[in-house]
Design a protein around this ligand. Structure first.
Ligand code: HEC
Ligand code: HEC
Length: 364
């Protein structure tokens, strides 16, 4: 009898737990269904897309909210052209019918100075601290140019001090992505202007990597507004557009700084050695390891470090404080040059981090 009772209790226990499990399962899956339905049923923005609302292009959304298409807008991208663009960006040339095409530059490829993937966890950020942390977490290079990720969705290029200092050279490019690419192919790369098919291919590559709604960290309130887009008046649309635009950058700021005065340099004191090591390896050595794009061969060795250490207290081209802020200039007969780092791409604190690492390396 007592055994039986025990059995019943056990059965009851199983029954209750099973029921609970079932209930939890239904609860969870129904929750998920609601979320999926919210997006899959949504077709107001673009009827031709049966995919989730979140996968709709940002440009498409902005047009629904009253913007015109970008001047460089492409309706859709062609995968073949995308691949050619990718090849040009990574290798500086492509192969057509078994033949290598003419290099854009003898000295550089685009990815010497630009990443192609995301550089910030929050796309609205342009803080050098966030950018370095993201680079470290994802083990990507830390470069003087802005990433190509999201470049299709920018409306202003070579901003602030680039316009002030380079004037006419970049004026035309300042609100025209096609021109911006051309300026960089010819001047940043010490190369040549692109032919029409090359420019088009690169634009298809950029289009293929344009921002989608799902790339932005939009909150539920905004997503709901987007879902209700058909019911919004033009004021509300404008308001929503401004909100959406605050979740990514339409341009990157560019502040040129002078070489820091020798009297206020901290010479590595209080610097973060780990950050400095990362910057040295994933920024400087990106170009200088094995003399890749320059005669100046650098490595994680005492000799390189000594060279920098000797020049910390001056304003020569071998001083970290100087070279980072001014870079070098292309000359006739020697067209490889080093681009400067703006404040946004390398902060004074980060230079101090780099110096602290260099000092550690030279005292090894
Ligand atoms: C030697 C370094 C270097 C090389 C090589 C280079 N760029 Fe740049 N590029 C820069 C710098 C520096 C800027 C300044 C603005 C920025 O990126 O924030 C820039 C800006 C740009 C911009 C505007 C970005 C913006 O948001 O303002 C585009 C587009 C661009 N480059 C495309 C290219 C392409 C395409 C190539 C290859 C054909 C290339 N670049 C090669 C250094 C370089
Ligand atoms: C995009 C590629 C690139 C990056 C990134 C880069 N450099 Fe350079 N650097 C060059 C080129 C090219 C030259 C020009 C030297 C030449 O004529 O070959 C140069 C020149 C220099 C010189 C001057 C050499 C001289 O004789 O005057 C120093 C010093 C230097 N780089 C240090 C650095 C440091 C430190 C970093 C990291 C903060 C760095 N470079 C990042 C490409 C780069």
């Amino acid at each position: 009898m007592s055994q039986n009772c025990h059995k019943i209790k056990l059965n009851k226990f199983f029954f209750i737990s099973f029921f609970c499990l079932l209930a939890t399962f239904f609860f969870l899956s129904s929750g998920r269904n609601i979320k999926i339905n919210q997006f899959t049923n949504y077709k107001l923005i673009d009827d031709s897309l049966s995919i989730r609302m979140e996968n709709i292009s940002l440009e498409n959304l902005l047009v629904q909210l009253g913007d015109s298409n970008y001047p460089h807008s492409l309706k859709k991208y062609d995968k073949e052209k995308y691949n050619i663009g990718k090849d040009l960006i990574n290798n500086g040339r492509t192969i057509i019918k078994g033949k290598k095409t003419k290099r854009i530059s003898t000295f550089f490829v685009c990815i010497d100075c630009h990443n192609i993937g995301r550089e910030f966890s929050l796309l609205e950020s342009e803080s050098s601290l966030d950018r370095l942390n993201f680079a470290k977490n994802n083990f990507i290079p830390y470069l003087p140019g802005s990433t190509f990720y999201g470049v299709y969705n920018r409306t202003s290029f070579y901003n602030d001090d680039y316009v002030k200092k380079y004037g006419d050279l970049v004026n035309k490019a300042s609100n025209n992505l096609n021109e911006a690419i051309q300026v960089c192919a010819k001047y940043c790369s010490s190369g040549r202007y692109l032919e029409a098919w090359e420019l088009e291919a690169i634009m298809h590559y950029f289009k293929g990597n344009e921002l989608k709604i799902s790339d932005l960290d939009l909150n539920d309130e905004i997503l709901l507004d987007i879902k209700n887009i058909a019911n919004l008046d033009s004021n509300q649309k404008n308001h929503l557009k401004n909100k959406v635009n605050s979740f990514y950058r339409q341009f990157y700021s560019a502040t040129f700084l002078p070489a820091m005065d020798i009297n206020i340099r901290k010479y590595g004191e209080g610097g973060n050695v780990q950050n400095g090591k990362y910057i040295y390896n994933k920024s400087c050595l990106h170009c200088h390891a094995n003399s890749r794009v320059t005669y100046l061969n650098l490595g994680n060795d005492k000799l390189s470090a000594k060279m920098f250490e000797k020049n910390l207290t001056n304003y020569s081209d071998k001083s970290l404080y100087q070279i980072i802020r001014y870079g070098t200039y292309p000359k006739a007969g020697r067209k490889q040059y080093m681009p400067l780092y703006t404040k946004e791409k390398m902060s004074d604190d980060q230079i101090n981090d780099l110096v602290s690492y260099i000092k550690k390396l030279s005292n090894k």
